[in-house]
Design a protein around this ligand. Structure first.
Ligand SMILES: Cc1cc2nc3c(=O)[nH]c(=O)nc-3n(C[C@H](O)[C@H](O)[C@H](O)COP(=O)(O)OP(=O)(O)OC[C@H]3O[C@@H](n4cnc5c(N)ncnc54)[C@H](O)[C@@H]3O)c2cc1C
Length: 286
């Protein structure tokens, strides 16, 4: 096995695109190394992207934030401005594993591991985050909801790397939240995860909303019917019920020992409502 740690994107892309056998990007390694130890993957080439400055930066851009794909959850949490504007994204990234895992794990790795239960992905999709991708044919941008197409399946082509995520500007009265259900208190895979981002006007009425659900389908889902269910309301009880119904209607979960179809569908509605109410409280402060 060959290990390379280039310091430019072009160098990383050239290595990945030119590889003859199995090639993998390495970010924090908290999925990849576990899978290699378990012989689930046996790469011929590993391309560590952590020396590439664009993957490690957190900067203001276009009134929003550009967050490098190889920035760890622990590093994200240290940025007070980012935490104030996107508390849901930061809390989702910091639900991943333990303190030790959060010191390594990245949102790029969480997305590219291709798990429908990945914790930071619903929060990124609810945020309307756009993934910046570099590959042999140049750069392109993809909404995060279009990166994962199924369990362990991505829309990225050979040689492509997620470089960063663009989080859009936050209008006044905006915030977000992420909640997950796990049978234990920590260190477990989400049975359901719900991310909500919303904006309210001066009168407290919802003017925009995005909802995404994890672990209830073959990939993390954007729930398009959620916004019309609550936009124009003050998230009163009838609006909450419409929101729950929209979330449940989107679910097509697996049935396994960790959660039946009925249980996951029920919990998806409950978590979506609770996350929306937390986002609403936070939005009132902004
Ligand atoms: C003990 C433990 C607990 C965990 N708990 C959770 C949890 O609670 N919630 C959760 O969601 N996950 C959890 N995980 C899984 C894992 O920590 C996360 O998915 C993490 O975000 C992966 O990030 P990473 O940087 O370590 O990815 P890596 O392991 O480096 O990479 C993961 C995959 O993505 C690819 N990849 C990485 N970055 C890029 C990129 N920029 N562009 C293209 N491909 C890329 C790699 O090739 C690899 O296939 C846990 C793992 C462990 C070991």
């Amino acid at each position: 096995m060959r290990y390379e740690a280039p310091d430019t994107l072009d160098g990383a892309v050239a290595l990945l695109a030119g590889a003859s056998g199995e090639a993998r990007v390495l970010a924090g390694g908290t999925d990849l190394l576990v899978q290699m130890r378990a012989d689930v993957v046996e790469p011929d080439l590993i391309v560590d992207i952590k020396r590439i400055p664009e993957t490690r930066a957190v900067i203001r851009e276009k009134g929003g934030w550009r967050v490098g794909a190889a920035v760890t959850g622990a590093e994200l949490k240290e940025n007070a401005d980012l935490r104030r504007e996107w508390p849901g994204v930061i809390e989702a990234a910091n639900l991943i594993g333990s303190t030790q895992v959060q010191g390594r794990a990245t949102m790029g790795g969480n997305l590219c591991n291709g798990s429908p239960a990945a914790d930071s992905v619903p929060a990124l999709i609810a945020a309307g985050a756009i993934a910046a991708v570099a590959g042999p044919k140049g750069r392109r941008e993809i909404p995060v909801e279009d990166v994962m197409i199924g369990p362990r399946k991505l829309s990225l082509t050979k040689g492509e790397i997620i470089v960063s995520f663009l989080l859009p500007p936050r209008p006044k009265g905006s915030s977000d939240a992420y909640l997950r259900f796990i049978p234990r208190t920590e260190m477990d895979i989400a049975v359901v995860g719900a991310g909500v981002s919303l904006t309210i006007d001066g009168g407290g009425a919802v003017t925009a909303a995005r909802v995404a659900l994890g672990a209830v389908a073959e990939k993390v889902l954007l729930v398009p019917a959620a916004a019309p269910a609550i936009v124009g309301s003050r998230l009163d009880v009838p609006a909450q019920e419409r929101l729950e119904a929209a979330a449940r209607a989107a679910c097509r979960p697996i049935d396994d020992k960790r959660g039946t179809v009925e249980f996951r569908t029920q919990v998806a509605g409950v978590l979506t409502r609770r996350a929306a109410l937390i986002a609403l409280d936070r939005a009132r402060e902004n």
